[in-house]
Design a protein around this ligand. Structure first.
Ligand SMILES: [Ca+2]
Ligand SMILES: [Ca+2]
Ligand SMILES: [Ca+2]
Length: 346
């Protein structure tokens, strides 16, 4: 059952029956991939709303299940399930898509396999479906497999793989009816033995965001602000939180990383902050806040700009020694013991 590889990103290869039946589920698994639930169904065309795991695009919400001892037009014979006792028909009451949303690890490889068979009147006519895999909000629109086409002579077995992109923790796997060999919208595309497995390794385990770090400096009793910009290796959204505040220092760290601070006195202080991804992996860092007094302009002098006394730790009485540490950022290099210019932000 040769299938052309029209879509290189979502490879499709014929698959022996034994491999298709090997439903090895890891952290991502299809629910009821063999359509064995609800169980005990015999005959064809059971229209159900209670099939675990599966959703349909059909407006009536009905998923069609066939059991053993079926016999339905246009075939004058019983279709045996590929595995177990039951299977599904994609074209339930109309042309439809079945899907499941599964948890995935960005960067991992998702492998899928399925069994497909036509509900057709002659061996020459075929039902056609596709596998489509992408994010739940399909931007871009995911990846389609090539056409999966089978007649009524037996189950075809197919498999493929998909690389989960950055930031995609939920992946939608869709089984799309493309056409029916009978031409009827409610006939066609028998589906069974759907399995998903995700290969992950140490290299694609979730990692925390980069260490959050920010230096803010400005005059006492002025609001100063900035933004933390940690990045998550898996592209996940990063949220921030702060530790306990210092007395006489108002500091706010928003979940989006926006930091505002206002100090009531000259201070050099490090606020502990955390940056966490959506999976609970966090890294700890700090916001360094430097607040200093503005100098009063001397009498009669035209104020040429703010003149300040540098913060205690940023100045040195020893000639030739420059301020050190992150608190120095945003301060001009003042003469030792004297007054330096700053680019004030208040
Ligand atoms: Ca089955
Ligand atoms: Ca049907
Ligand atoms: Ca992460």
């Amino acid at each position: 059952m040769a299938v052309s590889l029209a879509a290189p990103a979502l490879l499709l290869t014929p698959q022996p029956v034994s491999a298709a039946r090997n439903g090895t589920g890891g952290e991502c698994t299809m629910v009821s991939g063999g359509f064995e639930e609800p169980d005990g169904l015999r005959g064809q065309e059971h229209l159900r709303e209670d099939v675990p795991g599966w959703r349909t695009s059909s407006s009536d919400g009905l998923i069609e299940i066939w059991g053993r001892d079926n016999r339905a037009a246009p075939m004058n014979f019983t279709v045996p399930p590929d595995t177990g006792d039951q299977f599904a028909e994609l074209n339930g009451t109309s042309v439809a898509t079945l899907h499941q949303d599964i948890r995935t690890l960005p960067g991992s490889t998702l492998d899928w396999s399925l069994a497909h068979r036509g509900r057709t009147g002659s061996p020459d006519s075929k039902d056609v479906m596709r596998v489509r895999i992408g994010g739940v909000v399909q931007t871009p629109a995911g990846q389609d497999s090539p056409d999966i086409a089978d007649g009524n002579g037996g189950w075809g077995h197919y498999s493929g793989s998909y690389t989960v992109p950055r930031g995609q923790w939920t992946t939608r796997v869709e089984f799309v009816s493309v056409s029916s060999g009978t031409g009827r919208p409610d006939y066609g595309n028998l589906l069974d033995s759907v399995s998903i497995s995700c290969a992950s390794s140490l290299a694609v385990r979730n990692r925390p965001p980069s260490v959050p770090y920010l230096v803010l400096s400005g005059p006492v009793r002025h609001s100063i602000g900035g933004s933390l910009d940690s990045e998550d290796p898996e592209g996940d959204e990063v949220t921030y939180s702060a530790g306990a505040p210092e007395p006489r220092l108002e500091v706010t760290v928003g979940p989006d990383g926006t930091v505002t601070a206002r100090a009531g006195r000259p201070i050099l202080y490090q606020v502990p902050v955390r940056a966490c991804d959506g999976q609970g992996a966090c890294s700890r860092g700090r916001v360094v806040i430097v607040a200093y007094h503005r100098a009063k302009p001397s009498a009669g002098a035209r104020p040429a700009g703010p003149r300040v006394k540098p913060p205690a730790r940023a100045s040195s009485r020893r000639p030739g020694v420059r301020p050190e540490g992150p608190g120095r950022e945003g301060l001009a290099e003042g003469r030792p013991g004297g007054r330096g210019r700053v680019s004030a932000s208040g």
